[in-house]
Design a protein around this ligand. Sequence first.
Ligand code: SF4
Length: 339
Amino acid sequence: MVKHYNIPIFLPELACPFRCSYCNQATISGQSHIPSESEMIALIERNLNSFPKGNNHIEIAFFGGNFTGLPTRIQRNALQVAKKYVCNNQVQGIRLSTRPDYVDSEKLLLLKENGVTTIELGAQSLDEEVLLRCGRGHTAADVHQASALIKAEGFSLGLQMMIGLAGDTLSRALQTAHQIIEAGADETRIYPCLVIRGTELEQAFLKGSYIPLSLDEAVAWTAQLVLLFEKAGVKIIRLGLHPSEELNNEGLIAGPYHPSFKELVMTKIWKNILLANNEWPGCSELQIEIAPKERNFCIGFEATNKKWLLTRFKNIRFIANDAVSDRNFLLKPILSCSS
Ligand code: SF4
């Protein structure tokens, strides 16, 4: 099986013309300066040496800012460092994240010439009011236009979304997901909006004019979004922010952060599936057979689904069964069951 690895290189938001209300990239990424060529090489080499040998697909990933808004010289230097590793077959691709209003044919040509394979756009929301209120400085039309150009030039397209921004609702988040799918995204990331120290959102939160989603709300919304993206074949490459020292220490003021956010979402999806089931055998001891990769999610984060089922059944076993696919499951009485 192919294993995927990213070598993340953070380029802070020096090129952003606006400051989004929720953004303090230095806190989120733990990086506050553009790394030099030698720093990038050292970081790439360190990562390459740490990956186990085998059937790997490795990408160098420029994250954290507005890549295509950086001066062309800085973009070219960074890309040329990465491209050498592509040419040597040490890595298989280059990805980067940028703003939708900083994408045009000329910028894409530079990326193409330098081996970029995937472009991720911070779409965040495709609702105009939400975009306006969070100070993104671009419209939904900018996202659609940039997405079309990126697809037309043959790049793989990622569209990231953020839920729970000021003015966001579940229905607006679902609409955003539908539009991301229609825009032809190959992959997405879903981040719940957090209140980070030093941001405009922190001020709004302290004044009481912004209330973040609760963790339960963020998990429930994301569970619905995940099902939409899965059905449309859009790969979900991240749910929730990576923990970082800055975030864990003093950076996080409020909001639905959890280091195991993905596990919480998968637990919720399974809880919903189990709740919707109305064909439970009439016995008190039960075996649930599920696909091996779903077993832990079905049991739930900290066994929450198991504990919940144990309020209804005397004994529950979760058995991995290769013959069961996706999120299907088989219910079987345990032998001692009398009914
Ligand atoms: S575009 Fe991204 S990096 Fe720039 S201010 Fe907004 S969130 Fe921060």
